[in-house]
Design a protein around this ligand. Structure first.
Ligand code: SAM
Length: 268
């Protein structure tokens, strides 16, 4: 380095960790505003990176601010710059959410790495630790999460998420506000997690039912259930007033949960 160059605190971005850092403070501010933070709210951020959202969150005096970052170097730098942040080194796909404890519900935010966004959202929306979430994801993933029945983008992810949360598609974000720039457009979504929270059994039954139905999304429900040898599927559909000829892609999210509760568990 020549004597007039500034030292660089950050290593180059790692593609393997989906590191596209937000460099537009207006977008950061809008994302944090969407969390509707009141003083004392606890906030968990997934992948804080170089801290684009951190200062906006800390300015709103949260109760606790926990930042979960997989990249050790970024975690250390974030900790050095923000003594009020509780920085946890870890993988969001393996994190034990229950360890947040404290009995209070948390708000969760993140500009998510694209490769973990959909499974992470699937995981978060059924958990009882969270009340509200704001996530930036790849536009196509955002459209899938927010889609209603009837369209091509509606699928297991949309139906699962919408059983447990009200989803709002807030705004799109162009590649130009990131460094390095991704090839794709992003979108910011907000989730209000409904109460009462689902039980573990409801979650696993729903997941199994959606897997079954969306493996053959264009077939009729009666045909799908019959092909799996599910006893009394006719009675279950009749009890729920669901037409056997209806296709999964046209069924409202809450209808899958009703079916999941009645279908015999051994077959799911
Ligand atoms: N929040 C920052 C911003 O908006 O500029 C960084 C966003 S960048 C798209 C994703 C961040 O998530 C990176 O800091 C990356 O190191 C981190 N990350 C990637 N995979 C992760 C994982 N499995 N668990 C936790 N953090 C992860």
């Amino acid at each position: 380095m020549s004597s007039h160059e500034q030292p660089q605190p950050f290593a180059p971005a790692k593609r393997s960790l989906g590191q596209n850092f937000l460099v537009d403070p207006n977008v950061s501010r809008k994302i944090v505003e969407a969390l509707d933070l009141a003083p004392g709210d606890n906030v968990l951020e997934i992948g804080p990176g170089r801290g684009a959202l951190t200062e906006h969150i800390l300015a709103r005096t949260p109760g606790r601010y926990v930042a979960l970052e997989k990249d050790e170097a970024l975690a250390s730098e974030l900790e050095r710059r923000n003594p009020l942040a509780e920085v946890v080194r870890g993988d969001a796909m393996r994190f034990d959410w229950a360890s947040l404890a404290s009995g209070e519900r948390w708000k969760i935010v993140g500009n998510l790495p694209y490769n973990i966004a959909s499974p992470l959202i699937w995981d978060i929306v059924s958990r009882s630790e969270f009340s509200q979430a704001v996530f930036m994801v790849q536009l196509e993933a955002g459209q899938r999460v927010a889609a209603g029945p009837g369209g091509k983008t509606y699928g297991a992810l949309s139906a699962f998420v919408q059983n447990f949360a009200t989803v709002e598609f807030l705004f799109k974000v162009p590649p130009q506000v990131f460094r390095p720039q991704p090839k794709v457009t992003s979108a910011v979504l907000r989730f209000f997690l409904r109460t009462p929270r689902p039980t573990g059994e409801e979650v696993s039954r729903l997941a199994a039912t959606l897997r079954l139905c969306f493996q053959q999304r264009r077939k009729q429900l009666g045909t799908i259930l019959k092909s799996k040898g599910i006893p009394d599927y006719v009675g279950v559909l009749r009890a729920l007033d669901i037409d056997q000829m209806q296709r999964p892609e046209t069924l409202a999210p809450e209808r899958f949960l009703s079916m999941a509760k009645l279908l015999p568990i051994d077959f799911l």
